[in-house]
Design a binder for this molecule. Structure first.
Ligand code: URP
Ligand code: ZN
Ligand code: ZN
Length: 465
């Protein structure tokens, strides 16, 4: 059935205006000052902002990691994402341990297919690139509909790539037009610092941050930048946290290098002191790269505002406190790395960014949706409100004040890293391809209704700003 959203204010990355939106067959068919259609279901959006659905370019759902598995799978994770205003995610398909890359992609389809309630794509994670993997890669990307590859320079025991593998990945990216995403921390130096701390009896969560200082992020960022440039590849630096890394990115972009960057909400609003909370509570804030001293927050906001960083990922990688984070009770290096952010990414950026006057509502849309769509080959199907685009629309009440809490969130974890944070604004209803997934703050979706979005390898990875 057709739907008309009437009376709302449409906000895109470039414009804000009042308009009605006609939706049919999952697509936006018309936008006009006033649409009268007697056959359509009318959705009254008076007083609401209409945002394009959020696109989260960085999630880890149902992922084996750090000797355990994340607590949010494709059911709880995508439902929580939808409550938070996100209508598309791009999740990391882990290939380590899979006989072939296609097996890894099939495994990720099996995890997501009957559960996802919003649309999704995959990035392909590469740990090592032997002859066999290098041979498989072009076909896996093509057949898998994947246009981005992730390489880790940390997590020596699980995923860390050598510089040679990193460079090979850049060469493949350059040849095929795939974006290479890199986790930039020097894992070998971190391992040395971790061993040193443990030998000194330093076992508390705060040592997670102190053994991964900004210098190791800055160094790895510079290395990735130089090698990407040498190979002629497009580099996307994931979860940038600190001045050291931002400086490298700005300096490279000033030289015309093809470098893009992402940061994540916790780095914008939380700081390193969270890891010092008593009674092992600091473990709730253990993820990598770690939270930084508070002065880094302003550097990140400025980098977003000036478009040196383009996107906001959640880096959703959730582990409950009881039973999962407590695995590291006596040794910080055994605390599973990651946090629950998929639900609050959108609202935290709106409230801390737009409401506090750091960014405009159009810049908000750009960071939370449009840039990820452009960089990862989803635009203009996703990432905007325009005729011909998928009707992925968030009806957002910009006036509601509420407090983020694990008691009211929908993620499958026993804590919320933003517990107690007061935010202004809330997604009220969320449509994916014209169908309600959230209606008046209640789940109205269907498990398995999310569609896998194939992304083209060639030409999909273009710098957008
Ligand atoms: O601590 C984190 N960020 N866990 C997820 C894996 C990663 O590094 O992105
Ligand atoms: Zn990472
Ligand atoms: Zn991540």
């Amino acid at each position: 059935m057709k739907k008309v959203i009437t009376g709302g204010t449409i906000v895109t990355a470039t414009d804000t205006y009042k308009g009605d939106v006609l939706i049919e067959d999952g697509v936006i068919q018309q936008i006009a000052a006033c649409i009268k259609d007697v056959d359509a279901e009318i959705i009254d959006a008076t007083g609401k902002l209409l945002f394009p659905g959020g696109i989260d370019p960085h999630t880890h759902l149902d992922m084996p990691f750090n000797n355990t598995v994340t607590d949010d799978d494709w059911e709880s994770g995508t439902i929580a994402a939808a409550f938070g205003g996100t209508t598309t995610i791009i999740d990391f398909c882990i290939s380590a341990g899979s006989p072939t890359l296609m097996d890894a992609i099939d495994t990720w389809h099996a995890k997501s297919k009957d559960k996802a309630v919003i649309d999704y794509g995959f990035h392909l994670m590469i740990g090592d690139l032997n002859e066999q993997r290098l041979k498989e890669l072009p076909e896996a990307l093509e057949r898998g509909g994947i246009s981005s590859i992730k390489v880790f320079l940390a997590y020596a025991k699980e995923f860390q790539a050598t510089d040679r593998t990193l460079f090979q990945a850049f060469k493949v990216g350059s040849k095929l037009g795939a974006t290479i995403m890199v986790h930039c921390e020097n894992g070998s130096v971190i391992d040395e610092l971790v061993e040193e701390a443990k030998a000194n009896g330093q076992t508390e969560p705060i040592y997670h941050a102190l053994t991964r200082p900004p210098e190791v992020e800055g160094e790895a960022t510079k290395r990735a930048i130089e090698l990407a440039n040498l190979a002629g590849a497009q580099l996307y630096v994931v979860h940038v946290t600190c001045k050291e890394a931002v400086d490298e990115i700005i300096s490279a972009r000033n030289k015309g290098y093809n470098v893009l960057g992402e940061t994540c909400p916790p780095y914008l609003v939380l700081d390193q002191t969270a890891l010092e909370k008593p009674d092992f509570e600091g473990a709730k804030y253990v993820w990598s790269p770690p939270l930084r001293p508070v002065e880094h927050q302003e550097v990140l906001w400025n980098a977003l505002k000036s478009k040196q960083l383009q996107t906001i990922g959640s880096d959703q990688c959730s582990f409950s406190f009881n039973g999962k984070k407590t695995l590291g009770k006596d040794d910080f290096s055994k605390i599973p790395n990651g946090g629950p952010f998929i639900e609050d990414r959108f609202s935290v950026l709106y409230s801390e960014g737009v409401v506090k006057g750091r960014i405009t509502e159009n810049e908000f849309v750009d960071m939370i949706s449009t840039q990820s769509a452009k960089i990862f080959g989803l635009f203009p199907k996703k990432g905007t409100i325009a005729v011909g685009s998928d009707a992925d629309i968030v009806l957002f009440d910009p006036t509601v004040r509420r407090t983020i809490s694990a008691e009211t969130h929908h993620m499958n974890v026993d804590y919320n890293a933003f517990e107690g944070l007061e935010v202004t604004g809330e997604p009220v209803s969320v449509l994916v391809r014209g169908e309600y997934v959230i209606q008046d703050k209640k789940f109205a979706g269907k498990l398995g209704s999310g569609q896998y979005i194939r992304r083209e390898v060639k030409g999909s990875a273009k710098v957008t700003s």
